[in-house]
Design a binder for this molecule. Structure first.
Ligand code: ATP
Length: 432
């Protein structure tokens, strides 16, 4: 492995470990927490440090300009604002797009509750933009097996039950059914996909899995193996109904994976194995990645909003009143302790959760800048900032709920049916 997450920072993946004094920053699929200082204060996540530790590249102005040139589209506001901020081999995907060679998008969700939260919609909204922009197939994995393996209490029936409601949430983002395949691991594992899972698992040692994910002797072996399932989804040959049966051709088709940066360890591992694998002399394509920041938990920028920690999240099923109460009661403020001090010194937008949410959800660049200046100079108070945030989130969630109400079980069946997809105007896009 080229780079590793610090495996000493935690023993066993868990989302609810008590905060301890002086801990290093930890970001992996199971733990997201900024550095804890000697007073037990959790600092904001240091994304520059992550880029260095993980060995990814920052998305710079030059790459953004190329993306705009190649696609003819103004970059999404997540890209313009550095919310989608890091990547692995995005240039190679742009090269392929320019040459008219195939690639696909892959993202996912672990159904840990019956509703997604506003943080989950970040990678999905961005994925929709990528699908609209590139006109390529999209594969969405529902890791129901993962949520069973990594939870002490959840039953298989429970997580499988969440798949239907989570699929409806995902569909409500607005994906094109002709170009999108959603699957549950429990239902789809088998055949070509399972062959790839086993291929991948044969090339990962226990030592590597421990170093990457922090497993220990007490970890159940399902958890240790799970990375091969998430990784094998990035190989096009796992989906013969979409890309064709000829593995010699399909192993060369790469995935572009939009996700928050906590998912990177799975694909670092997969890229490492891809580089060592050939199918009848043809090399496996390494997946490319494009990483987003986390939408912070209501409690502050030291950790992410998580569906497993109810009080950290605004769910897409929440009512306008629930949204209002959660923001007013729990959203961490960057304001000063007294109005007088705030008027004098201004607030800190870099840690203020209401402002951070506006960075994600308020599309108007000029209005966002106006709010930033007003808050930082003390002209705007925390209550006013929270009121704007509440209005924007209520608007965003209500629009989502309108679309979600139109998604029925038949629509879910359509997206989850194992079938050929249509993209680029062809029933089956040309395979180079
Ligand atoms: P859980 O729902 O159990 O808390 P989770 O929050 O990690 O888990 P997943 O369903 O495993 O959610 O993740 C689905 C996708 O959403 C991944 O790409 C993940 O990186 C992303 N994601 C999860 N939480 C956030 C967040 N707060 N902000 C941005 N992206 C997020």
């Amino acid at each position: 492995m080229a780079t590793k997450v610090d495996a000493t920072a935690h023993d066993e993946p868990s989302n609810s470990e008590p905060v301890q004094k002086q801990q290093k920053q930890t970001v992996d699929p199971y733990n997201v927490q900024g550095e804890v200082d000697e007073n037990g204060v959790v600092k904001a996540i240091d994304y520059n440090k992550l880029v260095d530790e993980f060995g990814t590249k920052k998305i710079d102005d030059e790459l953004l300009a190329r993306l705009e040139r190649v696609t003819g589209k103004r970059p999404h506001h997540f890209l313009r604002r550095g919310i989608v901020f890091s990547h692995r081999d995005l240039e190679l995907i742009l090269d392929r797009y320019e040459r008219g060679e195939p690639f696909f998008l892959y993202t996912g969700r672990g159904p840990s509750s019956d509703s997604v939260h506003v943080g989950h919609t970040i990678p999905f909204e961005f994925t929709k933009w990528l699908q609209d922009t590139f006109d390529v197939p999209l594969i969405i994995m529902l890791t129901d097996d993962e949520k069973y393996l990594f939870s002490e209490k959840k039953t298989i029936e429970e997580v499988q039950g969440y798949c239907n409601s989570n699929a409806k949430d995902i569909i409500a983002i607005g994906f094109d059914p002709a170009k999108t395949f959603i699957f549950s691991d429990f239902d789809y594992v088998g055949g070509a996909f399972y062959r790839n899972i086993v291929r991948l698992s044969k090339h990962i040692t226990l030592n590597q899995a421990r170093a990457i994910f922090g497993f220990n002797e007490s970890s159940n072996i399902g958890r240790i193996h799970f990375g091969s399932i998430q990784g094998a989804t990035s190989w096009a040959s796992s989906f013969p109904h979409i890309f064709g049966e000829d593995e010699k051709e399909t192993v060369g088709i790469p995935a572009l994976i939009p996700c928050a940066i906590d998912q990177d360890p799975y694909f670092r591992m997969t890229r490492d194995v891809s580089a060592r694998l050939k199918y009848q002399g043809k090399p496996y394509a390494k997946p490319s990645l494009i990483h987003a920041l986390f939408l912070p938990a209501l409690q502050g920028p030291g950790t992410k909003m998580s569906a497993s920690i109810d009080e950290s999240a605004i769910f897409m099923r929440d009512t306008p009143n629930q949204i209002k109460n959660k923001i007013n009661k729990h959203a961490f403020s960057g304001g000063k302790v007294s109005e007088e001090e705030h008027r004098q010194l201004g607030g800190d937008t870099s840690v203020d959760v209401a402002f951070q949410y506006l960075r994600f959800f308020l599309e108007d660049d000029e209005e966002l800048e106006r709010i930033k200046v007003a808050y930082e100079t003390g002209e705007m108070l925390t209550g006013e900032l929270k009121a704007i945030c509440i209005r924007e989130l209520q608007r965003y969630v209500a629009a989502f709920q309108d679309r979600r109400a139109k998604v029925d079980d038949e629509t879910v069946k359509l997206f989850m049916e194992t079938r050929p997809l249509k993209w680029g105007g062809n029933p089956r896009a040309p395979i180079v």
